[in-house]
Design a protein around this ligand. Structure first.
Ligand SMILES: Nc1ncnc2c1ncn2[C@@H]1O[C@H](COP(=O)(O)OP(=O)(O)OP(=O)(O)O)[C@@H](O)[C@H]1O
Ligand SMILES: [Mg+2]
Length: 250
């Protein structure tokens, strides 16, 4: 599918107001002479209904930026302003408890590692998000988890634990876990790195549908140029400096 076809079935809501803004974000690591800035005054805006790709060399700060925007890692300075039920709130001015609630309710995160619970089956990894995150009833959580696993081609693997799954299968369970609760913000850190292109494309289509059909804001770190035709905006991060780039013309 081309980018134009993707946009013809666009989510009908307004996308002129950002749903998430990172403003002048700075983050350093280390002490003394080993101190090094991972992000230099980075500003970024995400809009509802948009899928954004973030590229950049290893160590350029991509995972650091995702962690800050999603409320997992505190910046040294700068703001993260996020739409919380119609009000823009600074995620890093919230109390820890408020931020935890905000993250549970509004954000989905696909980690660069898979971060699955070793003792749970594929189905249970998804069910737990729905039961704990939104208090879904057992039957509802099971139905939605099974639907998502089927969409990801994992129907036959739903009773397996992470140790019994291949790398690509684990990756898809992690993706299902992030998507199953229909979050407003999706952060995906190299979601296709363990997948062949056929499965990688399925995943990108799911992320794009979350944006275009449901109005989520999706930020996806990926080195894969084949993803560019599926995204709306493309940023490049180099040594902590962020730059918006034009998408290649098809
Ligand atoms: N917890 C940490 N302690 C010290 N340095 C860190 C820490 N986390 C990240 N860094 C450093 O910050 C810089 C950015 O790291 P980050 O993980 O954001 O890069 P990345 O772009 O995601 O790289 P990759 O493509 O390899 O995943 C790197 O120089 C890294 O070594
Ligand atoms: Mg990374």
């Amino acid at each position: 599918m081309t980018r134009d076809e993707g946009q013809s079935m666009r989510w009908a809501g307004s996308s002129s107001t950002p749903s998430l803004k990172g403003v002048n974000l700075v983050r350093t690591f280390g002490d003394g002479t080993a101190r090094r800035a991972a992000l230099h005054e980075v500003s970024i805006e995400l809009f509802p209904g948009q899928i954004v790709q973030l590229m950049g060399p290893s160590g350029s700060g991509k995972s650091t930026l995702l962690a800050i925007l999603s409320g997992l890692l505190e910046p040294d300075s700068g703001q993260v302003l996020a739409d919380d039920d119609g009000v823009l709130r600074d995620v890093w001015q919230m109390t820890g408890k408020e931020r935890e609630q905000y993250r549970r309710k509004h954000t989905g995160f696909i980690f660069q590692g898979y971060n699955l619970f070793p003792a749970l089956t594929a189905r249970q990894q998804l069910e737990i998000v729905l039961r704990w995150g939104e208090g879904a009833a057992t039957g509802d959580a099971r139905r939605r988890s099974d639907e998502m696993l089927d969409r990801l081609g994992l129907g036959k693997n739903k009773h397996k634990k992470p140790a019994q799954l291949s790398g690509g299968e684990k990756q898809r369970v992690a993706i299902g876990r992030a998507l199953v609760k229909n979050p407003s913000f999706m952060f995906a850190d190299e979601p296709t790195s363990a997948l062949d292109w056929e499965n990688g494309q399925k995943v990108i289509e799911l992320l794009r549908d979350a944006a275009h059909q449901r109005g989520a804001s999706v930020l996806c770190v990926s080195h894969d140029h084949r993803i560019l035709p599926f995204v709306d905006v493309y940023y490049h991060l180099d040594d902590g400096h962020l730059e918006r780039r034009a998408l290649p013309v098809e």
